[in-house]
Design a binder for this molecule. Structure first.
Ligand SMILES: C[S@@+](CC[C@H](N)C(=O)[O-])C[C@H]1O[C@@H](n2cnc3c(N)ncnc32)[C@H](O)[C@@H]1O
Length: 257
């Protein structure tokens, strides 16, 4: 579904390109970020259990969902245990097409399961096509947070889950593509207006990437692809193996009552 009015587009093809979406899909399908997806599913499902109202599905919007990996993982983790109403939104039509395609394939394979399917929408976090105070949770992962909009669409007590890169995230790749590494930002996030801090979890692990394709997919799915110089990209392109640190913070905010 395309709910991005033309006047809200800053370019004719906004957001991630078809090639970036394909690279992210291959990289995530390989399971490299599975520990992140598991932590996201755990956080959403425990909030859903806390809030559970019989027969009312727990709603979750993934704002900037990319090709939909985290909602698919959440849907399989929930299975029949909890009714979920899932929506993935992204400004890139390529991301939304890829998400919808994979979701319908999954739905076809699991015809008799109660695993929830999601709605996939082209739209912008800056103007979410969602009524005020209607959602139980919003996810914003490696994305473009628009806190005022997230506060508007969440119910009082609803949860915003943000995933942000930590100081060592992909450090080894950054050391190869940049001449010097920038000093890290403070790890403390300011409390956004309309929210209270609920919980912060840090996840850190190492990945061994074998083969040039996985390394180039990782580079292609991050903003480093555009920030790196041609020489930096060439140095990464020449690698056949790379051991890399993944470090993220999962921050849970609750919409104030
Ligand atoms: C780094 S990717 C992360 C994708 C996904 N959350 C993941 O972690 O796999 C950022 C995504 O945000 C999308 N995006 C950029 N600006 C956006 C906006 N204003 N509203 C919604 N999505 C946006 C891009 O198209 C891209 O898919």
């Amino acid at each position: 579904m395309n709910l991005l009015p033309v006047q809200q587009k800053r370019s004719s093809d906004p957001g991630d390109s078809k090639a970036m979406v394909a690279a992210r899909q291959r990289f995530l399908d390989a399971g490299y970020y599975r520990p992140i997806a598991d932590a996201v599913s755990r956080a959403v499902l425990s909030q859903a259990k806390r809030q559970s109202i019989r027969d009312t599905p727990f709603s979750c919007l993934d704002a900037g969902c990319g090709e939909g990996y985290y909602l698919r993982q959440l849907a399989s983790a929930a299975q029949d245990a909890l009714p979920l109403a899932l929506m993935g939104l992204d400004i890139s039509k390529w991301a939304v097409l890829a998400a919808a395609k994979q979701d319908s394939r999954r739905g076809g394979q699991q015809e008799h399961s109660q695993t929830p399917q999601s709605q996939w929408v082209v739209g912008s976090n800056a103007h979410l096509p969602v009524q005020s105070q209607t959602l139980d949770s919003v996810l914003c992962m490696f994305g473009f947070p628009v806190m005022g909009e997230f506060a508007r669409v969440l119910k009082p007590g609803g949860m915003l889950l943000q995933i942000e890169a930590g100081p060592s995230h992909l450090r080894e790749l950054r050391e190869i593509i940049y001449p010097t590494l920038k000093p890290e930002r403070s790890s403390e996030s300011k409390v956004p207006e309309g929210f209270i801090h609920h919980h912060t979890e840090r996840l850190c692990y190492s990945l061994a990437l074998e083969g040039a394709e996985d390394i180039s997919d990782l580079l292609a799915m991050t903003p480093h692809l555009y920030r790196a110089s041609a020489e930096g990209r060439a140095r990464a392109g020449a690698l056949e193996a790379l051991s890399i640190t993944v470090e993220v913070r999962l921050v849970q905010w609750l919409r104030s009552e």
